[in-house]
Structure formats: C-alpha cells, structure tokens
Design a binder for this molecule. Sequence first.
Ligand SMILES: OC[C@H]1O[C@H](O[C@H]2O[C@H](CO)[C@@H](O)[C@H](O)[C@H]2O)[C@H](O)[C@@H](O)[C@@H]1O
Length: 594
Amino acid sequence: MPGLIEDYAIIGDLQTAALVGKNGSMDWLCLPRFDSSACFSALLGDQDNGHWLLAPVGAADCTNRAYRGDTLVLDTFWETPSGTVKVTDFMPQRDKAPDVVRIVEGISGRVAMSGELRLRFDYGSIVPWMRRTDGHRVAVAGPDSVWLRSEPEVRMYGKDFCTYADFTVAAGERVAFVLTWHPSHEKQPQRVDPYKSLKHSLEDWTKWASQCRYEGPWRDAVLRSLITLKALTYAPSGGIVAAATTSLPEEIQGVRNWDYRYCWLRDATLTLNVLVSTGFLKEAGEWRDWLLRAVAGDPADLQIMYGLTGERRLPEFEVPWLAGYEGSSPVRVGNAAVQQLQLDVYGEVLDSLYLGHESGLAEKRHAWNVQRSLMDFLESKWREPDEGLWEVRGPRRHFVHSKVMAWVAADRAVRTLERQPHRKGDPASWRAMREDVHREVCDKGFDTERNTFTQFYGSQELDAATLLIPQTGFLPPSDPRVVGTVDAVRRELDHGGFVRRYTLDDSTVDGLPGGEGAFLACSFWLADALHSTGRKGEARELFERLLSLRNDVGLLAEEWDPLAGRQLGNFPQAFSHIGLVNTALALSGAGTAR
Ligand SMILES: OC[C@H]1O[C@H](O[C@H]2O[C@H](CO)[C@@H](O)[C@H](O)[C@H]2O)[C@H](O)[C@@H](O)[C@@H]1O
C-alpha cells in the first residue's frame, strides 16, 4: 500500500521527478521524462507495480527528514535501537542519462539495512529481464534499461523478480547506490560519481535559490515553493508541468483522477508570473520562449495544454492494470482536456507576456505578432461558451471567469499599444471589445439579489474563480460587487474553513460523479481577496492555516480533505505552490502591480 499523499517528498533533475515516502520507498518515477511511462508505479497500485525501498531492516516510517538547505537533496533519518542512519536521495543534474542516487550513511552505532528494487516498466506492467554486467544489475525490457550499482559493492541477489540488497552501515561508513536509465539499444551508460554529483547538486540548487528576491516573513515557505516550481520545469525546453504525477485522486475511491504531467498554458503562465515577481527572470524567459514556440501557427489551433516540448497530441487512455491510489480508478494517462476551448487562457497568456515586459524581460521580436493574432482570434470567439478554467466535462457554458479573462486579454493588448504606439494592432476594436465584455459580464454574470458574480450566465451557482476579479483589474477591490462576491464565495463555497472550486451538488456543471476536497489555489485566492478588500487580519489567519497544511517538507497537493485531514490530488502541484507564493507576496506588500 502506498503512503498518504503527504508522506511523499519530491526529488528530480529538471527532466523528471521521483516521489520518496517516509518509509524510504520510492513509489513513483517516470523515465526518462516527466511524461514517460513509470518504472515505479506503487503509488497507483502496490509494490508489485514497481518501487525501490531502502530503509533499516524492519523499520517503518523515518524519524525525521528534511531537504538540505535550499536544495532538492533529501535527507531521511531513522533512529533505530542499534543506531542512527541517514539516506540522502537526489537526482544529479543530467548529463546524458537520468540517474537516481541514494547514499546510505551511518551516523551512530550499526544499522542493518535492506534494499528492495522492483523495476516494472510501462506503468507497472512489464517485468524486465535482469542480468549482471560489469558490477551492475541490469534490467532490460523493450526500449528501457535500468542499471544499478553500489559503491562499495554490497551483497545483492535476485528473488521473485525483485533485487534485494542486505548490508550493514556503522557510524562514519557510507554506501552509495546509483540507478541509471538508458535506452536499451545503446552501450553501457557513463558512470556518475555519487559524491561529486551530490556536491554539484547542493551547489547548483543553493546558487539558484540565492537569486530569490523575496525577503518577507514567509521566506522559507516561499523558497520551498519556488524550488518545487523549478523542479516541475522541463529544462531542455523551458516547459513547466502542472504536477509530477497522474491520477492521484481528488476524492478517495472516486473517478476524478487526471494526468498532470503536461504543460498547461494557464498553470505555466501563472508560474511564470510568480518567477518574474521573485527575481527568476531566466526561467521566465525560457518559459516565454517555450510558449512562443508551442503556440506558433494558426491561432485557431491554440491548445490549452501541450507536451513538454510543445507536442500537441496527448490522447487520454485508462490503465486498467493499476488499481489506483487507494482504489481510486481509473488511472489515466494523457488528458482529453487538451481539445477543450478555454477562453481564459488567452487572457492568462497576454497578461503574462505583458507582465514579463513590464518586469524587464528582454523582448522577443515576434512575441507581439503572436499576441496580435491571439487577440484577433479571441475577438471572434469570446462570445462563445467554453469549458472554462475548471475544464468541465459537462456542456459548454458562458463562464464568468472565462469572459473576465477575455477582458484581461483585450485590456493588456490595449495597454501595450498605449505604451508602445508604434506597434501594429487595432486599438479601437480591442477597446470596443473590452467595453462589450465588461458590460455583458456585469449584466449577465452578476446576481443583483445576492450581490455576487455567479459561475456562468443565468446560473445561481458560485465559482471561486470570481475571487480573481479584483486581481485582474476588471473591478477595483473596493467595488461593492467584489466585496459581495468575496462574502458569498466565503459563505457558500466554504469547505472546512477552506474553499471549494464551485458548488458540488446534483446539478453540478462538471459532468462528473462524486465530490472533491477544498481546492488549495482557490483558498489562497480567498486570502488574496480578503487582503485586497481590507480584511487583512482574516487574510493572514487563512494564509497561516493554509501554510499548516503543507507536509513536513513543505509540499502541497492540489486539494485538502478537511474531514479526513489529508491532502488530495496530484502532487506536488504547481497551482497550489503558485497560490502560496502569490499570497505571501501580497500579504508582505511585495505583490506585482499590473
Ligand atoms: O475537473 C476536471 C478537470 O480536472 C483537471 O483540471 C484541473 O487541473 C488543471 C491542471 O492543474 C488546471 O489547469 C485546471 O484548472 C483544473 O481544473 C483535469 O486536467 C481535466 O482533464 C479535468 O477535466
């Protein structure tokens, strides 16, 4: 059985990531990329679907663990009756092949350790052939090969399609394991030196983190979220994945299990804004370049998400041989939302490029041409219903948030032309569109009786995305309609002191059975909205409660189950960490002015 979602910590090499449990078991790892098939899928099934345990013999959860300083190098400690041992897990920055390094170090006494490596390629379905070569144990099946060695060599043996390692470490002794993925048709991968790699990883992460400009009261939490966002970046292209996992459920035993190992324009532009606001202009520039490449072509073909290097086909299918996290099935790979119309994305992209420009991000020559063609397309589309930012699988609607973001797109395009009148564009027409959208939203998307914006035109339902209205500039925070909306969302979408995305009842718009937890990003948005509407104490109190939901190493999934008191959904999730950083900035008075 996998652990609780919050039992996991992430390590990664900016091309893929692994999740390691408190019990020392690596239960999720996709190789060679975030979106490749997993060779460890115990997270979505059981040990037979692949995992790598390294822990004291007979031990359960560790005594404590922490990332070392401002890095993604994880130290896990077990205090046992015979002594204390530390396992240091990390993935070195990639040369050619991805490596996972696990260094076992005796701290005191003598500790008997046990290793269990069950490699199962293709999401737990393929048991590879194992052989010994040149001091390695090598697993091969189809295109994949995985090489394992230890320094010094320890006793390893195979039994029941599992590789076991038995050894003892005394105080001051170290045993390093290096696991390397390699295309099976190529020759032996180059060896990495585990100790040199550790030194480089520590230096690289520390140097990267030192660029952070945020110095406010929540610096540790902010930095951990930024490191996590960086860990979700696919360095070769600059793409940013929404989370490291697929199918961690939004409801235990429910069907709301989705694959987040792709680049959403929405999630990634919001990540970009956070990076720009905290001083990481290099990553912001790389993502902007990824974006311009990904969306190049006919604006009618713009997708709401792409693969790591801009791939357009992400077909969704079910993986029936995996039982799902705590029985939550189906497990899905790919994401059918790729074909949806989500009008908000145009607003997010234009806002983010505008913000990047205002923050001093070097201009790209053809960036404005892309923005212009997106605007031309949006002008012809904004009156249509869409699936909205929540990617509903029910009928299309006139979602208020989508229209507000269409207003944002027009607003940022107009403002860019006002500042740079030499650029080509149609300011009169975009201004007219901006006014039309504003009028229509206030007319059709506002419930005058309840004094609140609604989820979609003509509905009685509420949507936490309307909390973003004051942030976008659509209406000022002091507007009574904004204040009314904040009150209504807080009252009607409350879930155990946090916030649901929208009402979940029989008439739910999303077309899906079952329920879900409180949505963490929305809960951060409520804190932002309370702060901007002058309720600073309440904003801070909510923010502190949200911080307390992070796991022991500062990580957040997508949702929180207030009844069970546990995290839900894909993990770690960019959206939640973006929310954390934005709220910390806003509450510290360091937010970004648009
Ligand atoms: O609720 C159904 C939808 O759930 C997923 O979408 C959510 O995750 C996205 C990535 O973080 C985010 O951009 C979106 O706002 C969320 O609603 C899922 O990816 C969809 O396929 C599904 O329809």
